[in-house]
Ligand binder design. Structure first.
Ligand code: PGA
Length: 255
């Protein structure tokens, strides 16, 4: 089975309401014009999700993801947003385990595994992020780091659930730094991740698992990255805030 490509935009903590509305409008015009064949996902901050899902329902040009979700189901967890809430407003996926959440909010693999479970319970597709920091790559232990993140965050799942997870490899040293992994570096890790899945779940599941690359992916380098056999699209930060750049990346994922 040939895997379709996916491009997801991670807006992070950017834009006010008017700016978010404008970006969605610009994206709609461009996506409608260019009609990229890849799957397009946008992940705005929580307050703009419903605006985005309303637009998604009306125009069917993109799907909507959240950037985080609670590890708990419901109840006295002040400030948290549950998977059930996200599902109830039409959010269809959720970034889990982004390196910024691991670093600034101390999210560990056990918590992330719970977030994955919560998402899947409400049929929200987790976009599960893994990746090493620069020091780990320099020491040559990046494969061990990624193996641990995948094993502890995802390998408790049944095959039927893992099938619904998108994995994103995001080397931390490449995020927001302008320093992209080379296509060969990305391919090497993506093939490694696919190999881990094959080892545990078999070749069929490994073959259909989507693995996205993230970290300074932009309109200039996307084509080369997406041409790698195990790179199934991108998780885009900075460049997802510019409609033209983001849609250009989507077009490159559609060739
Ligand atoms: P970047 O971010 O494209 O700005 O490097 C990617 C990400 O953090 O998902």
């Amino acid at each position: 089975m040939k895997r379709n490509k996916i491009v997801a935009g991670n807006w992070k903590m950017n834009l006010d309401f008017d700016e978010a509305q404008m970006l969605i409008e610009d994206l709609e015009n461009l996506l409608d014009d260019k009609q990229p064949s890849c799957e397009v996902i946008i992940c705005p901050p929580f307050p703009y999700l419903e605006l985005a899902t309303d637009e998604a329902t009306e125009h069917e040009l993109f799907e909507v993801g959240a950037q985080n979700v609670s590890a708990f189901d419901s109840g006295a967890y002040t400030g948290e947003v549950s998977a059930k809430m996200l599902d109830s407003i039409g959010v269809s996926c959720c970034i889990i385990g982004h390196s910024e959440r691991r670093k600034y909010f101390n999210e560990d693999n056990a918590t992330l595994a719970q977030k994955v479970n919560q998402s899947l319970k409400y049929e929200i597709v987790p976009i599960f992020c893994v990746g090493e920091v620069l020091e780990e790559r320099e020491k040559g232990i990046h494969f061990d780091v990624i193996r641990k993140q995948i094993e502890e965050g995802l390998f408790h799942l049944e095959a039927a659930d893992l099938e619904n997870v998108i994995i994103a490899y995001e080397p931390v040293w490449a995020i927001g730094t302008g320093k992209t992994a080379t296509p060969a570096q990305a391919q090497e890790v993506h093939a490694f991740i696919r190999g881990l899945i094959k080892e545990k779940y078999g070749e069929d599941l490994a073959d259909q698992q989507h693995i996205l690359y993230g970290g300074s992916c932009n309109a200039k380098n996307a084509a080369e990255l997406f041409a790698q056999p195990d790179v199934d699209g991108g998780l885009i930060g900075g460049a997802s805030l510019k409609a033209e750049d983001f849609v250009s990346i989507c077009e490159q994922a559609s060739k």
